[in-house]
Design a protein around this ligand. Structure first.
Ligand code: ADP
Ligand code: SF4
Ligand code: MG
Length: 409
């Protein structure tokens, strides 16, 4: 059963930054989807949009169906109810997310009191249970955040996220600020809770290796779009999109001395989301760019069984069986789709006349037919101002299982 179904999500901040540009994804209960990408590619914006936590004046388009109900179309009271009980978020940096002058037990109890209408004694009991679920003694509820270690604080954040039994947990860089031992403990904890409680998990990180070790599927974002998605291990070990390959190569692999001594990086910076490059947004940094890439945008296309990538060099394998029962994800909209907008390019197939070198990896065949003209991921026009939600609204939940993340247009 599909827990979360995101369709053509677009987010534009008041200053004009197109932070999310037509993302589709789908998640089933009990599944784990990793979202990876460099800083600034729109991961946190995506997470905040799922819970309608974006600042006032932000334009949001598309649909976010949580158990079939569009979060973007909900009345404000319904949104508040869905947060926590439907879905919840674990933010990066627990020290900044917890109130420093309140005991952590009181902070965990607050949503239980508000959303479950528990008695004070019932909320205390539930708080103790939650702390024990995340591996802390119930008595630690009387501590202030500064009295806890970084790992303990992050456990408190996870206990808060679980407080009202959400169906979806969104974890935004939950281990980035932690040392490697504690990071492993927190990851195992999150994995266990997802399995035991059959919730869906969206885990966001810049660290592909962490996601590959934790999640079932992986989506790699660049400039507000998903540029590759598929089974987590396959995307990590044999990415097909040049950006996903570069991101993967940036992390040394255990047991591979070559990668340990010479991790490769990617020159240049991610583009400014208010002034994106034409065509494929990755083209100024792409090591295997074609002339056509500067004018021709790319949608996700089949890139092997249950895999998709948005690159002209990736060609569908004739034997690709597709995903029966799980339409492939795409961030791009096909021509004629209700969300489609004209391509940035002239609409003609790409002319692969020059390359900076062959693209290593399976499935990449320079000169193969290009993307469908007109495929962009811009989605429909902005449809509402997230500001109606009010800034600083409480972090609450949405939940969803990560399954075959994306849909065929
Ligand atoms: N409140 C905001 N107002 C304007 N631009 C923002 C805001 N928050 C994020 N951005 C911009 O949106 C882009 C995506 O940011 P973010 O979603 O935080 O990326 P990530 O989580 O992948 O690092 C960045 O260019 C960032 O500068
Ligand atoms: S080859 Fe072209 S389409 Fe593919 S990632 Fe590079 S610039 Fe983008
Ligand atoms: Mg972020």
């Amino acid at each position: 059963m599909t827990l979360l179904d995101v369709r053509g999500l677009t987010v534009t901040y008041p200053g004009g930054a197109n932070a999310v540009r037509g993302v589709d994804l789908r998640l089933d209960a009990g599944r784990k989807l990793g979202v990876a990408g460099e800083s600034g590619c729109g991961k946190s914006t995506l997470a905040l949009a799922l819970l309608r936590l974006l600042p006032a004046g932000t334009r949001v388009g598309g649909e976010i169906l949580l158990d079939g109900e569009d979060v973007l179309a909900m009345k404000w009271g319904r949104v508040r109810a869905v947060r926590w009980a439907g879905a919840s978020i674990v933010f990066q940096g627990a020290m900044h997310s917890l109130n420093p002058v309140r005991r952590v037990g009181d902070q965990i109890a607050e949503p239980v009191l508000l959303h479950r209408r528990a008695t004070p004694a019932g909320a205390r009991r539930r708080t103790g249970e939650l702390l024990e679920q995340v591996g802390l003694p119930a008595a630690r509820g009387s501590a202030y955040p500064h009295e806890l270690s970084g790992g303990q604080r992050q456990r408190v954040m996870i206990a808060m996220a679980l407080a009202c039994g959400p169906r979806l947990i969104v974890a935004d860089e939950p281990t980035t600020a932690l040392d490697v031992m504690i990071q492993a403990q927190i990851l195992r904890l999150i994995e266990r809770l997802v399995t035991d409680q059959d919730v869906g998990l969206i885990m966001i990180s810049h660290d592909l290796a962490v996601l590959a070790g934790t999640c079932d599927r992986l989506a790699v974002m660049y400039a507000g779009r998903v540029v590759e998605e598929g089974p987590a291990r396959q995307v990590y070990e044999a990415a097909q999109h040049p950006y996903a390959r570069a991101l993967s190569a940036a992390f040394p692999r255990i047991g591979d001395p070559a990668s340990r001594f010479a991790p490769r990086g990617l020159p240049g910076d991610p583009p400014d989301p208010s002034a994106l490059p034409s065509g494929c947004a990755f083209h100024p940094r792409c090591p295997v760019v074609l002339d056509s890439c500067a004018v021709q945008d790319q949608a996700l296309r089949p890139a092997g069984p249950h895999r998709h990538a948005a690159c002209v060099r990736v060609t569908p394998e004739p034997s690709d069986p597709g995903e029966p029962g799980h339409p492939p994800p795409t961030t791009g909209d096909s021509p004629g789709s209700p969300r489609s907008t004209p391509a940035e390019g002239p609409g003609s197939p790409p002319q692969p006349t020059s390359t900076r070198g062959p693209m290593p990896g399976a499935g990449a065949t320079p000169g193969e037919p290009g993307p469908q003209p007109g495929a962009t991921a811009e989605g429909p026009g902005p449809r509402r101002h997230a500001g109606a939600d009010g800034p600083g609204a409480e972090a609450g939940g949405t939940g969803g299982g990560v399954e075959e993340g994306f849909r065929r247009p």
